[in-house]
Design a protein around this ligand. Structure first.
Ligand code: NDP
Length: 449
């Protein structure tokens, strides 16, 4: 039930943003959690503060024309939603996937505002992307698309204005092509304008690993509250992209065993030995840009490939959804609970449906929301910006140590807020309240903005 002061605000969000279901879902989750904050501090409901938080500062939509390898002209749509800059320059990734619509980018941008606030770092929230599908495209096509995308977007960016990074379909290669074009368009070597760069040209150590590693650090800390650890646990990780791969790596380093991972075509299960063979997975996914079916084939008899199946049917102690939004439903949650899952950590953004989240919380399963658990990526992006600003480059060990400290800090802040607002152990409440208070305080200080 929504607080009565928040009901008309949500009704307005529905009315003014028709058809944007994912955006509605993201807003609803935050509003559901902040009722207790408003009750304690009614000032937060004054001056249309919450209405302003739900409205992006700026939404940019543009045409991206490019020429494919056959000489045909292709058209895609580009987006950048600059959601909130009360805490710093807009910061958040770019997603290239055929399902990207304005509502997708708005949901991601809205989430990003609170996530970035939770890190405690000076970064506002934004998100962008395109409905471009990189799958099956040649390197030349990817480059031409990225150059055309940046030819329009560059005018809206800047190290003190808006700093994009990667997301689904955008990794170091794409960031490189976009940075190259930004440099040409502006005639400036402005390292801090994009993060997720290569190590040779201004990138930070640990940025590639940061989201996955950070999610595992968060879950590790959460497990500790029940005197549990990763050692000896069976873990399933959905997806097999950047977040999934480095989640698997850190789980293995901590003595857990990842027994299944996936892509949008199916999943693979490996019960024997150490579970998923990470060097082979990296070789196939990162170097050859192959599929999970190729991985399963290369592994032979020990690996079972299930085309089109639901990875959540695999019994496990810990689940880390790390692919995409709403990939884990209420039905999947009940299956995982029946099979004895003890903890769920969201590596992706909003991968569990509201029904699934409710099921986990009701069953007493430890649940780490993406807003908090996957904040390690953007936090390390902020560390990359710090290194760029000081023309410095830190060691892997020093950077990873900072990431671990940041993730533990986020965990503890969420736990403390959950306790303060009467729901100990509810990290969803804790994350939303902690993020909201920081954004709300900053916005109040800045006047009517
Ligand atoms: P990648 O593109 O590297 O990997 C995405 C993975 O998810 C792939 O295995 C992909 O499979 C799968 N996937 C994507 N869309 C779908 C879909 N519609 N259905 C099923 N599977 C799908 O992306 P990332 O690893 O960077 O991002 C994964 C998630 O983590 C996203 O939610 C992203 O927003 C979030 N995130 C990422 C951060 C980062 O630093 N990269 C930071 C914080 C959050 P396939 O190849 O078949 O499409």
């Amino acid at each position: 039930m929504l607080d009565e002061k928040l009901e008309p605000i949500f009704a307005d969000v529905l009315r003014r943003n028709p058809g944007e279901d994912e955006f509605h879902q993201a807003v609803r989750e935050v509003l559901d959690c902040i009722g207790a904050v408003i009750a304690k501090n009614p000032d937060y409901a004054e001056g249309a503060l919450i209405e302003r938080i739900c409205e992006p500062e700026r939404q940019i939509i543009f045409r991206v024309p490019w020429v494919d390898d056959k000489g045909n002209v292709q058209i895609n749509r580009g987006f950048r939603v600059q959601f909130n800059s009360a805490l710093g320059p807009y910061k958040g990734g770019l997603r290239f996937h055929p399902t990207v619509l304005l509502g997708t980018v708005k949901f991601l941008g809205f989430e990003q505002v609170f996530k970035n606030a939770l890190t405690g770092m000076p970064i506002g929230g934004g998100k962008g992307g395109s409905d471009f599908d990189p799958k099956g495209r040649s390197e030349g096509e990817i480059m031409r698309f990225c150059q055309s995308f940046m030819t329009e977007l560059f005018r809206h960016l800047g190290e003190h204005t808006d700093v994009p990074a990667g997301d689904i379909g955008v990794g170091q290669r794409e960031v490189g092509f976009m940075f190259g074009q930004y440099k040409r368009m502006t005639n400036r070597y402005e390292s801090g304008v994009l993060t997720g760069k290569g190590l040779m040209w201004g990138g930070s150590r640990v940025r590639t690993e940061a989201t996955g590693y950070g999610a595992v650090y968060f879950v590790e800390r959460m497990l500790r509250t029940r005197n549990q650890e990763f050692e000896g646990k069976r873990v399933i990780v959905s997806g097999s992209g950047n977040v999934a791969v480095y989640t698997i790596e850190k789980v293995h380093q901590l003595g857990g065993r990842v027994i299944a991972c996936s892509d949008s075509d199916g999943y693979v299960v490996e019960e024997a030995g150490h579970g998923i063979d990470l060097p082979l997975l990296k070789e196939i996914k990162e170097k050859k840009r192959g599929r999970i079916a190729d991985y399963a084939k290369a592994r032979g008899a020990g690996a079972i490939y299930v085309p089109g199946g639901r990875i959540w049917d695999v019994p496990a102690d810990i689940a880390m959804p790390s692919a995409t939004q709403n990939e884990l439903t209420g039905h999947d949650a009940r299956t995982l609970i029946k099979n004895g899952v003890m903890a769920v950590g969201e590596g992706a953004n909003m991968p569990c449906t509201p029904e699934a989240v409710r099921a986990f919380l009701d069953a007493g399963v430890l649940f780490a929301p993406g807003k908090a658990a996957n904040a390690g990526g953007v936090a390390t992006s902020a560390l990359e910006m710090q290194q760029n600003a000081s023309r410095d480059s830190w060691s892997f060990e020093a950077t990873e140590k900072r990431l671990a400290t940041i993730m533990h800090g986020i965990h503890d802040r969420c736990a403390e807020m959950a306790e303060t607002y009467g729901s100990p152990g509810n990290y969803v409440l804790g994350a939303n309240v902690a993020g909201f208070i920081r954004v709300a305080e900053a916005m109040r200080s800045l006047g009517v903005v």
